[in-house]
Ligand binder design. Structure first.
Ligand code: ASP
Ligand code: MG
Length: 464
């Protein structure tokens, strides 16, 4: 069997939903199980409407809800011709919106919004989208079955970012889905939503539908997990910076994880961990271009002689240089530095140390002032802002001689402030001036990918 997860943009309107149906139909022989997100923007809207209610702006809440209902009705109208099923879907959506109106009223009156209520509210997006798709498919003659995620996706009670109870999910998911799949049915279920043992609705956190897909895939020993989104997959660079960027056919989980920090708009690799642990390939595909072959993310891709796979970058980086001749070699110095960042809930991205100094980078400088004040209690601190990180990723980089040489000669006159690369690292990260970062990416891309290395690893973007 395979898991086919469709993100919000894949079901944002009737046309997209129509192509989802065709994409699923193509895979009919492989026993697909469909995991669905809410339609694009719906989860945001639902959260906004709860927030409005909390602030006493009930009219705003209601108008967000009405809009949302309108969008669902329009999709249903265009997807479902059969009158009774259309009526059934509309009824369902109207009821959910009505419930939400009441909930919002309660929130406004009490002036209180708990995460538990938030989950009850935000889960409605997936419940409506899956209902519409299910009826749309039925009408086209598919034998489908809508399975409420709350019958198998058991979680703890950490509302808004609930932790899945894997053992329970594994056995229940098998019990629920195996007979359906055996009888040739296509099950459709909601991503993102879960449920406590006591039966209260929870959610797995924003973007949680990928996680749902991976958890289900792992529970059911799927042969593949397809994550359908609106990008072709993982690229060698951002094509807006390097127009000759190529799509990678396959990439390791570790490589994908390194790239995730740089906002590779694909998926957050930690969400697919349950699948990777079981060696189930995850394929990122573009529902706007169903003929595209996507990027496979696997635990151990076959070795190639291509050391560098992708170049990513991130602007808005601040470098903090911490110096203390007195303390550096004393044990506990690094610990006291990190404790400061920890206290201010600021995560450190790159670290590089010398005998007398520690340099590190952060991308969230909200707490910078407080951090610096504390660091100054025991060291000298210098701040450099408007920097950028360029990250060169490839899991054979550390075993290929001459890579650093190539990187630095490609950079030419671009000054490198800080370098980070560990012993088993699959990436080299460099800190440079923000205003040179696009040049750096272009020059590195030219060095490593232009011309495209002759290996079965690359596809031109927008071709396949
Ligand atoms: N609809 C949820 C969100 O937008 C879950 C998902 O799409 O992954 O966060
Ligand atoms: Mg999403």
């Amino acid at each position: 069997m395979i898991i086919m997860k469709f993100g919000g943009t894949s079901v944002e309107n009737a046309r997209s939903m129509e192509s989802v149906i065709q994409i699923v139909a193509r895979e009919r022989e492989r026993q697909p199980l469909v995991v669905l997100s809410a339609i694009a923007g719906a989860t945001n809207d639902l959260l906004t409407c709860a927030q409005n209610a909390l602030e006493g702006k009930l009219d705003d809440s209601v108008s967000v809800l009405n809009n949302l209902l309108e969008r669902h009705v329009t999709i249903a109208e265009n997807i479902i011709d059969n009158r009774p099923s259309y009526q059934q879907v509309i009824q369902f959506c109207r009821r959910r919106i009505e419930e939400l109106r009441n909930l919002c009223q309660g929130i406004a009156i009490l002036g209180e919004l708990t995460n538990r209520s938030l989950d009850a509210i935000s889960s409605v997006g997936e419940r409506m989208s899956s209902m519409i798709l299910c009826e749309g498919m039925k009408q086209r003659g598919f034998s489908v079955e809508l399975v409420d995620a709350r019958t198998f996706m058991f979680t703890d009670e950490h509302y808004a970012s609930a932790v899945p109870l894997f053992d329970r999910i594994d056995s229940k998911a098998r019990e629920v889905f195996s007979p359906l799949l055996k009888s040739g049915k296509i099950p459709i279920t909601q991503g993102f939503i879960g449920c406590t043992i006591k039966g209260i609705t929870t959610t797995l956190g924003r973007g949680g539908a990928d996680y749902s897909a991976a958890i289900l895939g792992a529970a059911l020993d799927a042969e593949e997990i397809q994550i359908w989104t609106d990008v072709d997959g993982v690229l060698t660079a951002d094509p807006r910076i390097a127009p000759k960027a190529q799509k990678l056919k396959i990439i390791s989980f570790r490589e994908a994880s390194e790239l995730a920090y740089f906002g590779a708009k694909v998926l957050h690799p930690s969400t697919i961990l349950p699948a990777i642990k079981k060696n189930i390939p995850v394929v990122v595909l573009n529902s706007k271009r169903p003929e595209s072959t996507g990027t496979r993310i696997v635990a151990n891709p076959p070795k190639t002689n291509v050391p560098v796979k992708s170049i990513a970058s991130k602007k808005g980086i601040t470098v903090i240089n911490i110096q203390s001749t007195r303390m550096l070699m004393a044990h506990g110095f690094l610990e006291s530095i990190f404790a400061v960042f920890n206290r201010h809930k600021t995560s450190v991205d790159l670290v590089s140390t010398s005998e007398v100094a520690v340099s590190l980078t952060i991308d969230n400088s909200e707490q910078l002032e407080n951090i610096v004040t504390e660091l100054k209690n025991f060291s000298d601190v210098a701040i450099y802002d408007q920097k950028a990180i360029v990250c060169i990723v490839g899991d054979q980089m550390n075993s290929t001689a001459g890579i650093a040489d190539k990187i630095f000669s490609a950079l030419g006159d671009i000054n490198v402030m800080m370098i980070s690369m560990g012993a088993s690292e699959i990436n080299m990260s460099l800190v440079i001036e923000e205003n040179r970062v696009d040049d750096a990416v272009r020059q590195l891309h030219k060095e490593f990918f232009e011309p495209v290395p002759e290996v079965e690893l690359f596809d031109a973007v927008g071709v396949n």
